[in-house]
Design a protein around this ligand. Structure first.
Ligand code: SME
Length: 163
């Protein structure tokens, strides 16, 4: 396989996400398997930006329970209820949640004590069913903004496209 894991930290975010879009489509060409998609996207996004933790929590009981899926980083908590923490809030609301400083988010679930800011993006399939959330943690405050939201929501559109 000619593809490599790119470090995109020198690029403006919009350009970095555009490069990731192209790479994800190329690496996953012909693959129609959400777990393979989650593993590949976690690895590429994690190393592109040097994040602290990058990965998926899958919906295992719709409306109730998330369970950890493919990720990169230190040990993640196993299960999160809808409505709990940042991941559970994004799942319950079916929308992206950006937390500039986890100390100011009531109910934040600490998996790695170095985490300072976070973004969680919902993941939908073709039928607009929520299948997972994508969680990224940073060891700095104020890491994530509207560019990340836009870039990640577009990247995660992979799960709603036919392959
Ligand atoms: N901080 C998350 C929990 C998951 S981990 O950080 C890997 C939350 O509050 O939902």
């Amino acid at each position: 396989m000619a593809e490599v894991t790119l470090d995109l930290r020198d690029l403006p975010k919009a350009a970095a996400y555009a490069a990731l879009d192209t790479q994800v489509d190329s690496v996953l060409a012909g693959i129609n398997d959400p777990i393979a998609g989650m593993a590949t996207i976690s690895a590429l996004v994690h190393h592109a930006f040097g994040h602290l933790w990058t990965g998926f929590y899958r919906v295992v009981e719709p409306g109730h329970l998330l369970r950890v899926g493919p990720y990169q980083g230190t040990l993640g908590c196993l299960e999160i209820r809808f409505g709990s923490g940042v991941c559970g809030s994004a799942a319950a609301r079916r929308e992206t949640v950006i937390v500039p400083d986890v100390a100011s988010f009531p109910g934040h679930i600490t998996c790695d004590a170095r985490s300072r800011s976070e973004i969680v993006v919902p993941v939908f399939d073709r039928e607009r069913e929520l299948i997972a959330v994508f969680d990224i943690d940073s060891d700095r405050t104020n890491t994530f903004d509207a560019d990340d939201q836009r870039g990640l929501e577009r990247l995660l559109g992979w799960f709603a496209r036919g392959h």
